[in-house]
Write a new protein. Structure first.
Length: 281
């Protein structure tokens, strides 16, 4: 485990030099050797960036109908669901993972599947990840936000947000042959129809504007929150994956001083980056 600034433990594990939640190490390692199908879609994100939301949009677009069939194995989360179970799922699969690019299935480089990459502003990710870490039992954590924040900057489970987004920026710039769609949580929130249309074009499915409207409503925060009541995802009556669903909740958690401190770290760490994030809408 690692400790926050007040000495409270968070249970994580080191697998081959990187920090992860305490999923089975062999499953985490297995991600890089997953055998991909030609029509798999790979959904990549740093945790708490809108994975479930973008997964659902992709699923419905591929599906062509607004059904509530929940994929039998949850979110086809490759970091925790073994390959044998992923293989039971019909095509087209959407496989999501938070591992870094170099640990994606090696088939990514040869089969060049469609990759959807979603990112979110780091302040909202920090707040969301803090709550997630407290609610997810496997972290065994009950610390305060002020003590968690410095840890987030250095990296907890899945390492540092900064390393994750900087790496993807380089990968996208240097690998034109890969088929990657970049989404942001904030853009999805700001103009869901525009973004759903982008995903649809990228996935190469022919769907009409009415269907996009349907997806927008079907995937709106409260609708999705009401729909997914998987036992594993509920703690103390709250759904772990559907908390607030807003852009800018960080303002309720960061003090002015923390915000200035965070901005300074951001400036320093992201000097070479062209990425721009929206912190409010
Ligand atoms: P908050 O904790 O800020 O509410 P992930 O799916 O990557 O784990 O991300 C979880 C975050 O996305 C949570 O953020 C969650 O509430 C938010 N979220 C999930 N579904 C959403 C939706 N349909 N619309 C907007 N936000 C959503």
């Amino acid at each position: 485990y690692i400790q926050d600034a007040a000495g409270k433990n968070i249970t994580v594990q080191d697998v081959d030099g990187r920090l992860y939640p305490s999923f089975k190490p062999e499953v985490i390692r297995g991600v890089s050797s997953l055998k991909l199908r030609d029509d798999d879609v790979i959904l990549c994100s740093f945790p708490k960036s809108g994975t479930h939301w973008s997964f659902e949009i992709c699923r419905l677009l591929l599906n062509g109908r607004l059904d509530i069939d929940i994929i039998p194995k949850g979110y086809l989360f490759a970091d925790a669901v073994p390959e044998s179970e992923l293989n039971e799922v019909n095509s087209p699969r959407i496989i999501n993972t938070h591992v870094r690019f170099d640990r994606l299935p090696s088939d990514v480089k040869t089969k060049k599947p469609k990759i959807v990459y979603i990112r979110r502003n780091p302040k909202d990710v920090a707040v969301s990840f803090y709550h997630h870490t407290r609610k997810m039992e496997h972290y065994h954590y009950d610390g305060k936000f002020k003590d968690y924040l410095p840890l987030f900057i250095g990296g907890v489970a899945y390492g540092s947000w900064f390393d994750y987004v900087l790496e993807w920026e380089t990968i996208i710039a240097n690998n034109q042959e890969l088929s990657i769609l970049e989404l942001t949580y904030e853009d999805l929130k700001e103009d869901p129809i525009r973004e759903i249309r982008r995903v649809s074009d990228f996935l190469g499915v022919q769907r009409n504007e009415d269907f996009f409207e349907g997806i927008k409503d079907f995937c709106n925060f409260s609708t999705m929150k009401g729909r997914f009541k998987d036992k594993m995802e509920i703690k103390d009556g709250h759904n772990i994956f559907y908390r607030k669903g807003e852009v800018g909740d960080w303002k309720n958690w960061f003090t002015v001083a923390q915000n200035e401190w965070f901005d300074r770290i951001y400036e320093k760490t992201m000097t070479d980056s062209k990425l721009k994030f929206k912190y409010t809408l």
